[in-house]
Design a protein around this ligand. Structure first.
Ligand SMILES: Nc1ncnc2c1ncn2[C@@H]1O[C@H](COP(=O)(O)OP(=O)(O)O)[C@@H](O)[C@H]1O
Ligand SMILES: [Mg+2]
Length: 264
């Protein structure tokens, strides 16, 4: 089985990265696509949002420093076809430690390689911390496609420009020549707010082939679900949040051929 690696990265926090990572993953899993979420944020929001307890020694901290393998960190979730590599606060130290290692940008790629080739997963979704530090850079080096979560608000386009520049630099430096900006997910969309509609329109004009048609609505249910340790599909299965993430998953499946088993 081919495996496609996505990273959800950008420099801003609070824009819906984690919400998108876990709910998109859950919606892919619902479609029987074997999906692995890699929580790369020391804050471990994706871990707790999937109902998994933080546990010392259960994260990519060890493997990234050359101790142990990613396989040992695999953790099941309550949902079929959905697995997790959790995070823990120790992972924060990697930002400094990696900088002293050789090939420091390629560490995550090597750590994930055996998982990727294991045939166990069709999709890997990496959730990144809200900064373009060592962990996010490693995820960009390891991924096939970058998915950008963009909040429908003032200055959204400026933030978009910054991350796109980083992608170009990484490609030009040969770190990941085939890294692709796979898509832009517009999050926390509120149709009653004119600015939100304007932002979507602008992104559509600038990057028509990148923006997903599905807009993720702002709903209280999406913000409540993590405290119950559940994806929205389990917490409010027929609400607008679940409907949107299911629609996004369909687009992702079609765009990246996730139901085909050919070369990703
Ligand atoms: N569509 C949405 N509607 C309402 N609240 C949302 C939505 N998406 C995210 N949130 C909430 O906004 C906050 C930031 O989202 P999060 O996904 O954690 O962002 P990031 O990972 O980029 O920091 C969280 O409290 C989350 O529950
Ligand atoms: Mg987050």
């Amino acid at each position: 089985m081919a495996c496609t690696v996505f990273t959800i990265a950008n420099q801003k926090g609070g824009v819906g990265k984690t919400t998108t990572a876990i709910n998109l993953a859950a919606a892919l899993a619902e479609q029987k696509i074997h999906t692995l979420v890699v929580d790369l944020d020391p804050q471990a929001n994706a871990t707790s949002a999937l109902g998994v307890e933080k546990q010392e020694g259960k994260s990519l901290y060890g493997p990234l420093r050359g101790e142990g393998s990613a396989f040992e960190m695999l953790t099941p979730t309550e949902w079929p076809h959905l697995a997790l590599i959790p995070s823990e606060v120790d992972l924060a130290a990697i930002e400094i430690e990696l900088a002293q290692q050789e090939n420091y940008l390629m560490r995550l790629r090597s750590v994930l390689e055996p998982l990727r080739n294991s045939g166990g997963y069709r999709a890997i979704i990496i959730d990144c911390p809200p900064a373009l530090g060592m962990l996010s850079m490693n995820s960009l080096a390891a991924a096939d496609h970058l998915l950008i979560a963009l909040q429908c608000e003032y200055m959204a386009l400026e933030g978009l420009g910054q991350i796109l520049k980083v992608v170009e630099r990484l490609k030009n430096a040969g770190v990941n020549p085939t890294l692709d900006v796979g898509g832009i997910v517009m999050t926390m969309f509120d149709s009653r707010i004119n600015l939100a509609k304007q932002v979507v329109e602008e992104v559509r004009q600038h990057l028509p082939e990148k923006i997903f048609a599905t807009l993720i609505p702002r709903t209280v249910r999406l913000s409540e679900a993590p405290s119950f340790g559940k994806p929205i599909l389990a917490y409010d299965p027929s609400g607008p949040g679940a409907t949107a993430y299911r629609a996004l998953a369909k687009e992702v499946i079609a765009r990246f051929g996730l139901k085909e088993n050919g070369v990703a």
